[in-house]
Design a protein around this ligand. Structure first.
Ligand code: ATP
Length: 300
């Protein structure tokens, strides 16, 4: 007959506390060789968060930093494809799983790298009736393993691309304290509202300093006449609860082709005006991280 919790004395000999302590230790010793962990979040889907994560990673790598990216979007991973490593497999090594590296030497970890078939949806198997009890736990373990069991080596920056919505905030908070969070939004009222709401929650749950906001698709860049045109109707100035706007990146159709081709936009268009905007964003992100790191109290 199956035992119930009340039939089990103590931890039933499982040393569950000891096991948890070991997992915590493995994660913290792995992260000790990473200078800055940055969570890239939005709260709203489709705003270009993964595209910007890809290009931030590329920009930081082009500036000579050692960079890794972890795709926390377990069910809709896209970073590996955008960074051109979707067909590569992580290799088990002596010090954890060796992640694939991009042409810019960015280390990538994503659920997409473990899928036999790129078309197959990610499904955790277990008794479907109790899915609500174990599914969240498996999601957290997947993210913990990406962070703790990957051989990141020494990194200057590890960018974590969070999925749309706010569900992963608590999961991430249970695992680590990022050096800061970067928020991606679009300059229209709907996005600003949704992102603004998730910002409030991120402050409460993530408890990481908020670094600032990037407004994506802020205007349209025409590569023919090199001009910038408004993309959305003129909107009132954004107010993200006092957060600084670290960058405004215009819409440029070449971003879409670059994502599909698995080459960060910056690799080919660093000198184009949107490329310059991205490089400026990288500089401001580094400055903000330095400010936050030197502040006694987490800022904003
Ligand atoms: N500045 C831009 N100009 C043109 N296209 C862009 C720009 N930013 C993103 N895109 C395109 O928009 C689409 C959505 O971008 P992306 O997948 O990065 O969004 P996301 O916020 O990560 O989505 P989700 O988190 O909901 O999966 C992609 O096809 C991408 O190429």
């Amino acid at each position: 007959m199956a035992k119930r919790y009340r039939d089990i004395v103590g931890d039933g000999g499982s040393d569950v506390d000891g096991q948890l302590e070991q997992l915590r230790h493995r994660l913290s010793s792995r992260l000790a060789s990473i200078r800055h962990v940055v969570a890239v979040m939005s709260g709203k889907g489709g705003v270009g968060k993964s595209t910007l994560t890809t290009n931030l990673a590329a920009g930081l790598a082009m500036k000579g930093h050692a960079v890794g990216v972890a795709d926390a979007d377990i069910y809709g991973p896209s970073l590996a494809r955008m960074l051109g490593v979707a067909e590569r497999r992580p290799k088990p090594g002596r010090d954890g799983v060796a992640p694939p590296r991009t042409v810019l030497d960015i280390k990538v970890m994503s659920m997409a790298l473990f899928l036999e078939d790129a078309q197959a949806p990610v499904v955790f198997r277990g008794p479907s009736r109790e899915a609500f009890t174990w599914k969240g736990m498996l999601e957290m373990h997947a993210l913990r393993e990406f962070l703790a069991d990957t051989d990141w080596g020494e990194l200057d920056y590890l960018l974590i691309d969070l999925p749309p919505g706010t569900n992963q905030f608590a999961t991430l908070h249970d695992l680590i304290r990022p050096a800061g969070s970067l928020v991606v939004s679009l300059p229209n009222r709907l996005s600003r509202e949704v992102v603004g709401r998730s910002l409030v929650l991120a402050r409460q749950v993530l408890k990481a300093p908020m670094l600032g906001v990037v407004e994506n698709m802020a205007g349209y860049f025409c590569n023919g006449c090199l001009s910038r045109q408004p993309l959305f109707d003129r909107q009132a100035e954004a107010d993200y609860d006092g957060l600084p706007i670290l960058g405004r990146i215009p819409f440029d159709p070449r971003f879409v082709d670059a994502c599909d081709a698995g080459r960060p936009y910056l690799l080919d268009y660093a000198d184009a005006p949107p490329g310059q905007d991205l490089m400026g964003l990288c500089d401001r992100l580094c400055d903000r991280l330095a400010t936050v790191a030197s502040a006694k109290e987490p800022c904003l």
